[in-house]
Design a protein around this ligand. Structure first.
Ligand code: PLP
Length: 367
């Protein structure tokens, strides 16, 4: 089947490999696992994901609504700051509302007191390779920090959320940080019924000690008699999608530059935000060196420099791997470039083009 490039190509079989690890973890730790929609909201694969997960968590009213409409099960509604109008609507979709600050909790408590209420706590420790994404960075606004004040409102809440990791594949580090949370917040945890340990834990990565992780979560849960939630985004969909692009031109300016029918700025924004290089599978690599560039007007719209197996020319197909997380949710219409279609390879091998975007979508994104 010939599909027009560019397109995000999601492989359900690969998602399933991650989901099977969730299954192990749920059974062996007792934890509930909810999908962080901020990372991945491509709802056409939710029917598969919800078989192995307990619900969703959100960063906004719209994500909470999408979680309710397309995933079902449990909906956690978190937001860095809700408006009064949003709180009124969030009540319709959420099972739990997690406030980011004591002031928001006090402002909206009466509105949501029939739901389960939690507070985000900033434990002042974290694991992140990027200051930009470090929730415990200096002056961080992410979560309440005043322990005494949190204890003071403990009667208003039944749970808490600590999000303190970003792509953390180091189990020992996670374990030590959880011990610190245990020591510093044990008196609060004892009063609660549930706690979310957030996302950012890379426990579906090959080689991650899943058994030890499950045991650690179970011990923590047993110690406080508390239900533990995990909110993976990236761990749920890691290694499960490609961005399939086509070379449109090859130019030379001291180096060979291949220009594809996609763009970092518009379709893989995080490469620029975090100054990362795209990933190309080993099997496509060899000795022909090219700078792989996007076709937006941005001079630095570059996916990376790679040694490809064969010479590239107009029409060559380039597959960028591991693109499911924080890509489709951030795509934009910069330069009016063709938006990649969304294509899914189902478990039974069927390939479905779920969505093609056209001029009308571009036009309707503004007015
Ligand atoms: C509160 C919260 N939960 C969950 C996640 C998901 O993290 P990840 O996709 O790294 O697992 C994030 C990511 O920033 C987050 O801020």
């Amino acid at each position: 089947m010939k599909i027009k490039t560019p397109y995000y190509f999601i492989h359900e079989k690969k998602i399933l490999q991650n989901l099977k690890k969730f299954d192990y973890l749920r059974k062996n730790s007792g934890a509930k696992i909810i999908l962080a929609l901020k990372c991945f909201s491509t709802w056409s694969v939710f029917p598969l994901m919800k078989k192995y997960m307990d619900g969703t968590t959100s960063s906004s009213l719209y994500e909470a609504r999408l979680g309710r409409e397309k995933f079902g099960k449990e909906v956690h509604a978190y937001g860095v700051a809700f408006s009064k109008e949003e709180i009124g609507e969030i009540k319709k979709y959420a099972d739990k509302v997690i406030f980011n600050s004591l002031s928001q909790l006090k402002m909206f408590y009466r509105e949501v007191k029939n739901l389960k209420i939690g507070i985000r706590i900033n434990p002042k420790i974290s694991y992140s390779r990027f200051t930009l994404a470090d929730p415990a960075r200096k002056y961080s606004r992410l979560g309440a920090v005043d322990k005494k004040a949190i204890l003071g409102i403990a009667n208003l809440i039944s749970g808490a959320m600590f999000h303190f990791n970003c792509e953390n594949d180091n189990f020992e580090n996670f374990s030590q940080n959880l011990d610190t949370i245990d020591r510093n917040f044990g008196n609060i945890l004892k009063k609660l019924k549930w706690v979310s340990l957030g996302g950012g834990i890379y426990f579906t990565k090959a080689g991650y000690p899943l058994e030890k992780f499950a045991k650690k979560i179970k011990q923590f849960s047993d110690k406080f008699g508390i239900e533990v939630y995990l909110e993976p985004g990236e761990s749920a969909i890691t290694q499960s999608a490609e961005l399939v692009t086509k070379v449109l031109d090859v130019v030379h300016n001291e180096a060979d530059v291949a220009i594809v029918d996609s763009s970092t700025e518009a379709h893989m924004l995080d490469l620029l935000t975090y100054r990362l290089t795209a990933k190309i599978d080993e099997k496509f690599l060899g000795k022909f060196k090219y700078i792989l560039a996007g076709r937006s007007c941005l001079a630095g719209d570059i996916f990376g420099t790679f040694n490809f197996k064969s010479r590239l020319k107009a029409g060559s197909i380039i597959r960028i791997k591991d693109v499911a997380g924080y890509t489709m949710v951030k795509k934009n219409w910069f330069n009016g470039l063709q938006m990649p279609s969304i294509v899914i390879k189902r478990l039974n091998g069927a390939i479905e083009v779920m969505r093609h975007f056209g001029y009308r979508d571009f036009k309707n994104s503004l007015s």
